[in-house]
Design a protein around this ligand. Structure first.
Ligand SMILES: Nc1ncnc2c1ncn2[C@@H]1O[C@H](COP(=O)(O)OP(=O)(O)OP(=O)(O)O)[C@@H](O)[C@H]1O
Ligand SMILES: O=P(O)(O)OC[C@H]1O[C@H](OP(=O)(O)OP(=O)(O)O)[C@H](O)[C@@H]1O
Length: 315
């Protein structure tokens, strides 16, 4: 295979857009590995041919992926739900959110200096300056708020006010300290960045996580079977990360009680043990519940409780 990537080498290939850097990048690579999508990304190249499928990966800024997917330039993409919303109704109406991916979880929040005595609610920011990289969503949010506040103001004969949305490309949290803005709209996960900058959140515009997206109307070039196959594989990897398999032995007289604790997704598998009076049980359990489930099983007399991680699954 030639090392040179040209539009000809992409011809006929299904195109899958992946964030080229940032918070979602590493997780996306793990996901692709789990789905056995094999590729080598050459230094400085934002396109990589997939070796075991008629597919190419295109590494793009997370913010551009909704538009490329919506307009059918690529057949599949991963980005944040925040980016889909920020792309606006025209683009998001062209996109189907195929699968929430369970990582890149964060919230888009309005933040103001914690020490401020005059800025306590979002209404206090009306007519002031707000810095953000999400100028569409923040613009929509404050336009509605402006309208509400202005209705009350006009009833009192007061002049209209308009909140000024100031676009900044990054390090948004610095805007208040630098005097560029009175408040900001930015993403919060742990809240560490916000607190380190002396800010606190006073409202939430949306909650977001990474999502697999595809064009609602596939491009005529698109290989729908391959797109569906990849989506199913990714779904398997995500499900495997959410669940574990719990296996244990129980006396038959306790079976009803332990099956209430581990009912399984469809039903638990119950097998005889080579010891009359005992059964072996295996059941899928949400990873986040597993410690509580083990405690409860032990309290009901279950023995030899094992938790097995799933490398992959189809459910
Ligand atoms: N702190 C965070 N925790 C979890 N997910 C986040 C966090 N910050 C951002 N994200 C998610 O990752 C996406 C990409 O954000 P990121 O800050 O990595 O952007 P980027 O594309 O690297 O751009 P830039 O570095 O220029 O800001 C966001 O749209 C959001 O969905
Ligand atoms: O609540 P926290 O866990 O502190 O995360 C929030 C921070 O993460 C994102 O920025 P990132 O670190 O990705 O860099 P950026 O500012 O360059 O976008 C976001 O813009 C916040 O600054």
């Amino acid at each position: 295979m030639s090392n040179l990537l040209t539009s000809e080498s992409l011809q006929g290939r299904t195109l899958f857009a992946i964030p080229k850097k940032g918070r979602l990048y590493e997780k996306c690579l793990e996901l692709l590995g789990g789905a056995d999508i094999q590729f080598k990304r050459q230094h400085r190249l934002d396109v990589a041919l997939v070796q075991n499928h008629n597919m190419a990966l295109v590494f793009l800024p997370a913010a551009d992926i909704p538009r490329f997917v919506g307009e059918g330039n690529v057949d599949l993409g991963i980005t944040g739900q925040d980016m889909v919303a920020e792309a606006g109704d025209r683009v998001s109406s062209l996109i189907t959110e195929e699968l929430p991916l369970g990582f890149g979880k964060c919230q888009l929040q309005v933040q103001v200096p914690e020490a401020s005595t005059s800025l306590k609610t979002v209404e206090d920011l009306v007519g002031k300056k707000v810095a953000t990289s999400f100028d569409f969503l923040a613009g929509e949010f404050f336009a509605k708020l402006d309208a509400k506040v202005n209705e009350a103001r006009s009833a009192k004969g007061e002049a209209e006010v308009k909140t000024k949305i100031e676009y900044v490309g990054g390090s948004v949290e610095a805007a208040c300290a630098l005097g560029v803005a009175d408040g900001i709209v930015d993403l919060v996960e742990s809240g560490e960045t916000m607190r380190a900058c002396g800010l606190h959140a006073i409202d939430t515009l949306l909650s977001s996580q990474a999502v697999l997206i595809r064009p609602t109307t596939p491009h005529k070039r698109s290989d729908t079977d391959l797109v569906n196959l990849i989506a199913r594989r990714l779904q398997g990897v995500i499900a495997a990360s959410k669940y574990v398999l719990v296996q244990y032995n129980t006396q038959k007289e306790n079976l009803d009680k332990v099956l209430k604790i581990t009912p399984g997704r469809r039903a638990a598998t119950v097998s005889p043990l080579d010891d009359q009076g005992w059964n072996a049980v295996s059941s899928m359990v949400l990873r986040s519940d597993v410690a509580n489930v083990m405690d409860a099983l032990e309290a009901q007399g279950a023995h030899d409780i094992l938790v097995v991680a799933l490398a992959n699954c189809r459910i």
